[in-house]
Write a protein that binds this ligand. Structure first.
Ligand SMILES: [Zn+2]
Length: 553
């Protein structure tokens, strides 16, 4: 009797054992995601429960092989695998150190195949299961940067975007949100639906537009759904409405619905504004979701997740909302092909997030935001590193002042250099060329060179691929004249550290009340001469706040 008992324990332990998870946020090694195969679609079925933190999952992943490869490596960690099939036949695989290697020797380049993986367990990360801020059960995905692999097998890298559909069996009093469109009304789950048997509804969502894995999310909890309105000027090619308009809704815990209104009320206006400035809204709908993301906001395509605490405390997070909505175009639709080009996502969202306030709350409000950004850059610990910094191996460390405020300032300076008409034409062209795809900094530079006819290599070299910013000191010598005007000789010194470049920028040199001459700064030390009837009281540059420059006197 005792012996049997011990054997039984051993068997049940080995069946339930989940492998130890790998660490999240580690930058991939060179060529880890080399394009030997592409994922076309993820079809994910997940069983959730109110009584257990265990999930049951089935992933049907459509893959195209670009080369003959012996194995298909997929990212997956911390959960147990029950079976792996390719095109409905049992496949050999190994599963270790955060990868499933699936035998693909029998398949040839250009072949499309479907990998089906059945799995279960308690996710260690990525899908956050537990009590929400009010003590009620909730499930929210939080994938950035590479934590999708903690709850579904994936090629978990932004270079490979894919469409995704979700079939979620969730406790019947929960609402379930995900990317894309709700493709049918939630219905009572089938008897044999995966996961624990309890009173459940099955929700089906589908994103027909390819999105990066760090954007693929579900959220499930007791929530209020409030329709905020319709963005009439979204012109979304993915909209299910014939006029391309999209519905904007809020998904909040019932306790916080009222408090959240302040933060979300201008969301429709924001969608319309960004569409006008950039191009058509890329997705089927937009949902603002209160969630258990670790970030203030996470821009998941068409289902933005916000910090539950911020909303529960009744804080106005409108600046975050504007930033995350701007991400739908930049980050989600035009995605950085490599993590180290994150400024294409965060710098753009920071700048466009602020641009909304420029047009709706005025130039002063916008300049105040840009000044705050400037101070964050000056005080940051990463000023000795370039924005695109391949040395960073912990991807969470990319969430720094270089990728956010400095990236935003790069765009602001480019706008100042090219003028509004050319700058926004370039932005639209870049979006129209790369939407639903991926891009690198050089792709953006090329478009801006095309529209402006200017060589911008020096601009991107100094601001994106070099550290620092100009620090300027003036010296002045006044030469009075007996009759007529006197002369002021102004020396401009760039006094920044030696390891930062000598910056090149165009600006205005001004004295007293807005008397200015255009100047091009391109040397460590330069002299300029101005004439004036009286000795100027004040000397300054950049009167209209276009340059990221630290002026010392
Ligand atoms: Zn962001």
């Amino acid at each position: 009797m005792k012996k049997t008992f011990i054997i039984f324990l051993f068997i049940s332990y080995s069946l339930c054992q989940e492998p130890a998870p790998i660490k999240s946020g580690i930058a991939p090694f060179k060529n880890e995601y080399s394009g030997k195969f592409d994922v076309i679609n993820y079809d994910l079925e997940i069983g959730l429960s109110e009584k257990s933190e265990q999930i049951a999952g089935i992933a049907n992943i459509t893959i195209i092989l670009n080369k003959n490869i012996k194995q298909i490596p997929l990212d997956f960690t911390g959960l147990s695998i029950q079976s792996v099939l390719i095109n409905n036949s049992i496949a050999k695989y190994s599963y270790e150190k955060g990868k499933i290697f699936i035998d693909s020797k029998n398949f040839k380049a250009n072949q499309m195949l479907t990998v089906r993986i059945e799995y279960n367990g308690k996710p260690d990360d990525g899908l956050i299961i537990g009590k929400n801020v009010h003590g009620n059960p909730s499930v929210f995905a939080d994938n950035w940067p590479n934590r999708a692999r903690f709850w579904f097998p994936s090629k978990d890298h932004p270079s490979d975007k894919a469409t995704v559909s979700f079939t979620i069996h969730a406790p019947s009093k929960w609402k379930v949100i995900a990317n894309g469109a709700l493709i049918e009304k939630p219905k009572v789950s089938a008897e044999n639906a995966i996961g624990l048997k309890e009173s459940r509804l099955t929700w089906r969502w589908k994103s027909s537009v390819p999105i990066p894995t760090y954007n693929m999310v579900i959220g499930a909890a007791e929530m209020d759904i409030t329709t905020l309105g319709v963005a009439n000027f979204a012109y979304s090619p993915s909209s299910l409405r014939s006029d391309g308009s999209i519905e904007v809704s809020n998904w909040t815990f019932p306790e916080d619905t009222e408090k959240s209104q302040l933060s979300f009320e201008r969301s429709v206006e924001m969608v319309n504004f960004f569409t006008t400035k950039i191009g058509p809204y890329p997705y089927e709908k937009l949902a603002n979701v209160q969630s258990s993301t670790r970030f203030g906001g996470m821009e998941n395509a068409s289902a933005i997740f916000y910090s539950q605490e911020a909303i529960a405390k009744g804080r106005n997070i409108e600046s975050t909302v504007s930033h995350e909505i701007a991400h739908q175009w930049f980050g989600d639709s035009v995605t950085e092909k490599e993590w180290h080009h994150l400024w294409l996502s965060e710098g753009f969202a920071t700048y466009f997030g602020a641009l909304f306030f420029e047009q709706s709350d005025g130039r002063d409000n916008f300049i105040e935001r840009m000044e705050k950004s400037k101070n964050r850059i000056f005080q940051s610990k990463v000023t000795d590193r370039p924005i695109v910094d391949y040395e960073v191996r912990d991807l969470f460390k990319l969430l720094n002042s270089n990728n956010y405020p400095k990236g935003a300032w790069v765009l602001h300076m480019l706008r100042g250099l090219l003028g509004d008409e050319i700058f926004f034409r370039g932005i639209s062209k870049y979006y129209n060329r790369y939407n639903n795809r991926t891009a690198l900094t050089k792709d953006f530079m090329k478009i801006m060179e095309e529209v402006s006819g200017k060589n911008l290599q020096y601009f991107f070299d100094q601001w994106i691929f070099s550290p620092g910013y100009p620090i300027i000191e003036f010296e002045q010598t006044w030469i009075p004249k007996i009759n007529g005007n006197g002369k002021m000789i102004i020396t401009i010194n760039q006094t920044q550290k030696k390891k930062w470049p000598t910056f090149i920028f165009e600006s205005e040199l001004c004295w007293d009340d807005n008397k200015c001459i255009p100047v091009k700064i391109d040397q460590k030390t330069q002299w300029f001469e101005i004439t004036s009837s009286v000795k100027p009281d004040s000397i300054y540059i950049d009167p209209k706040n276009w340059i990221l420059v630290d002026i010392q006197n």
